[in-house]
Design a protein around this ligand. Structure first.
Ligand code: SF4
Length: 166
């Protein structure tokens, strides 16, 4: 990892999932895997965060929450989708209310595969995210500026849940 001026602060959100990947992310924050050795501190406020770690799939309930968290993180920011559910819906992909992976609602920079994703892979994703964050800083990437793309990303439609009664 190249020299960085500021510790990368992270925020973690778990969409709809079995919580397996969620628990692996928490394991990374504990002393055994100790992600804090890279200066990555878990924050509760998106406005303080640089890296958005997200597990679980997107559904009609959480799509606006995910979009709101993303919008509240200041620029530059990096989004890391962790696990098969966050990547493409995983085992929930055919559920009646599932819209798919995280990139259905926000741009994703890095994908960490696995079901569940291993702590080593998650740490690798965070280290890569730190490098990408520095690159975005140098390039002055601004995601909220009008006309640059992200503001045109529309939320996917909510599925019609008024299923016909038999
Ligand atoms: S990818 Fe697998 S372990 Fe992770 S949340 Fe989905 S079902 Fe659970």
């Amino acid at each position: 990892m190249a020299y960085i001026k500021k510790s990368p602060w992270i925020i973690h959100y778990d969409g709809s999932s079995c919580n397996g990947c969620d628990i692996e992310v928490l394991a990374c924050l504990m002393p055994k895997y100790d992600i804090e050795r890279f200066g990555a501190v878990n924050m509760g406020n998106p406005k303080h965060a640089d890296i958005f770690l997200i597990t679980g799939q997107i559904n009609s309930q959480n799509r606006e929450v995910v979009k709101t968290i993303y919008d509240q993180i200041g620029d530059p920011k990096v989004v890391v989708a962790i696990g098969a559910c966050a990547i493409g819906g995983g085992v929930f992909r055919d559920c009646y209310n599932t819209l798919g992976g995280v990139d259905k609602v926000i741009p994703v920079d890095l994908y960490v595969p696995g079901c569940a994703a291993k702590p080593e892979a998650i740490i690798d994703g965070v280290v890569q995210a730190v490098g990408l964050l520095e690159e975005k800083k140098k390039r002055g990437v601004v995601t909220h500026k009008e006309g640059t793309g992200d503001e045109t990303r529309k939320l996917p439609p909510v599925p019609d849940l008024n299923l016909e009664q038999e």
